[in-house]
Design a protein around this ligand. Structure first.
Ligand code: SF4
Length: 446
């Protein structure tokens, strides 16, 4: 049996796609081996979101070549899409495939074995208008399954290279999303995370079908217990989406709504298409309609030209909006984007100081949010064993990370826990019971 080894860099979408590529190899009779073992084929799924992503991708490619110079080295993903020539120039790279045409990878390998000539299979992603269907009926080792529902993005924010790596927005056909959701439920997953490059933009390229429609249909998938939307823009939180979440028994009480900056002048330079007033109105409406909802966000600190005043505007805006957690990123120049060419790049020390202050604010907000749930009983899915004792770690539906005493066979099940102590990054919880009655007998002392 030929052996294939994978290494994935970057985001959830890349991890999802590696699983899809593995399915292609599996159906051709390959077995999977670890990346540090000798394999016949190495697949490196690259990332290009920052300049460091490129560098790390190159290091991993070289590592595979050193491990087995006889193996076929196949490079795919975002960096492969944007810079195929740079990758082909690395001696030992045999095949480059971008973010589309992954199903051609195996025929390319056969072609390479016959002809021994490097193959550049990267096409023009900007011309692709249709979502490329790739099936992932199960995942190798995760409790939460991702389900990719769309590809690409039309926004072209000035700091972001992603539209050049992924192309324009394309949504996956509803029937294919539903089929995959059912397959994942059959494989034992209770929760699925709807993923994409611009997930909340689902349906924007369809005539009469939107994210809200898809959510309504997913609600009806039997056996599916939890639906999480990985990210949604403020403009995509329509009143209808709020209504659907409100009526739903499966969509979790957590939304990730990227802010990036709370200063209108910075938002404009970023070419984000909203004002902070609009953002605040949408999030305010969410909180009103769905009390207790956790709203997390991304912030970029030290965007070119960010003044103390603009930073303070962002800080105050975030504090007032009561996010339950922030993902704070120092702005990092991405070659090829308009922002990388802007003057007034912010000094690294200033950037670091601003990042730290926002991280402190995030810790404080997370604790405040969690404190409101002390003594409440919440539902969580334990995902793994904690490093110490016989504790399990997992997330509640409203995205609080909880440590709870419990047996390993509870991993992947929905359980009720009482929050005994709010904290960050972990909350402490006490096991109450398993929600799925059939599993009840498995719990000692229950
Ligand atoms: S919305 Fe902006 S940041 Fe997000 S993928 Fe699109 S261009 Fe990049």
């Amino acid at each position: 049996m030929p052996a294939v080894a994978f290494h994935t860099l970057g985001c959830k979408v890349n991890h999802y796609e590696t699983e899809a590529i593995w399915q292609l190899f599996k159906s051709e009779g390959y077995e999977k081996t670890d990346f540090d073992q000798t394999a016949d084929v190495y697949v490196i799924n690259t990332c290009t979101v920052t300049n460091t992503g490129d560098k790390k991708s190159r290091q991993v490619i070289r590592r595979a070549i050193r491990k087995n110079p006889e193996a076929v080295i196949c490079v795919t993903g975002c960096y492969a899409q944007t810079s195929p020539a740079e990758i082909m120039a690395i001696p030992g790279v045999d095949i480059v495939v971008g973010t589309q045409d992954r199903h051609k990878m195996i025929p390319y390998i056969e072609q390479f074995r016959k002809e021994r000539e490097p193959i550049n299979g990267v096409g023009n992603i900007m011309k692709t208008r249709v979502y490329e269907e790739l099936d992932v009926p199960a995942f190798t080792d995760r409790t939460r399954a991702s389900l990719k529902i769309q590809e690409g993005c039309n926004n072209f924010c000035t700091f972001c290279i992603i539209p050049w790596a992924r192309g324009l927005l394309r949504s996956r056909k509803p029937e294919d999303v539903l089929t995959q959701a059912r397959q994942l439920v059959d494989a034992g997953y209770k929760e699925i995370v709807l993923t994409g490059i611009h997930t909340g933009g689902y349906g924007e390229d369809f005539k009469d079908y939107s994210l809200a429609d898809l959510l309504l249909e997913l609600e009806k998938v039997e056996g599916l217990k939890r639906i999480r939307i990985s990210s949604i823009e403020a403009s995509q939180i329509t009143d209808r989406v709020i209504d659907v979440i409100d009526q739903s028994e499966k969509i979790v009480r957590h939304l990730h709504v990227p802010l990036q900056s709370g200063s209108d002048t910075v938002l404009k330079r970023m070419r984000r298409k909203y004002t902070n007033e609009f953002f605040a109105e949408r999030v305010g409406r969410l909180h009103k309609a769905l009390p207790g909802l956790a709203v997390t966000t991304d912030v970029i600190v030290g965007f070119p030209g960010e003044t103390d005043k603009e930073y303070q505007e962002t800080y105050d805006f975030i504090r007032d909006l009561k996010f339950s957690e922030l993902h704070v990123f120092p702005y990092s120049k991405r070659t090829g984007t308009p922002a990388a060419r802007m003057e007034d790049q912010v000094d690294d020390n200033v950037k670091n100081d601003r990042v730290h202050r926002l991280i402190e604010l995030s810790n404080q907000l997370a604790k405040e949010y969690a404190t409101a749930f002390e003594d409440d009983v919440l539902e969580m899915i334990p995902e793994e064993k904690a490093s110490e004792g016989d504790l399990l770690v997992g997330y509640t539906d409203n995205y609080m990370k909880v440590k709870v005493q419990g047996d390993e066979n509870l991993i992947g099940e929905i359980v009720k826990v009482k929050i005994t102590k709010a904290g960050y990054p972990y909350n402490e919880g006490q096991f109450v019971r398993v929600v799925d009655e059939t599993k009840k007998a498995a719990v000692a002392g229950d």
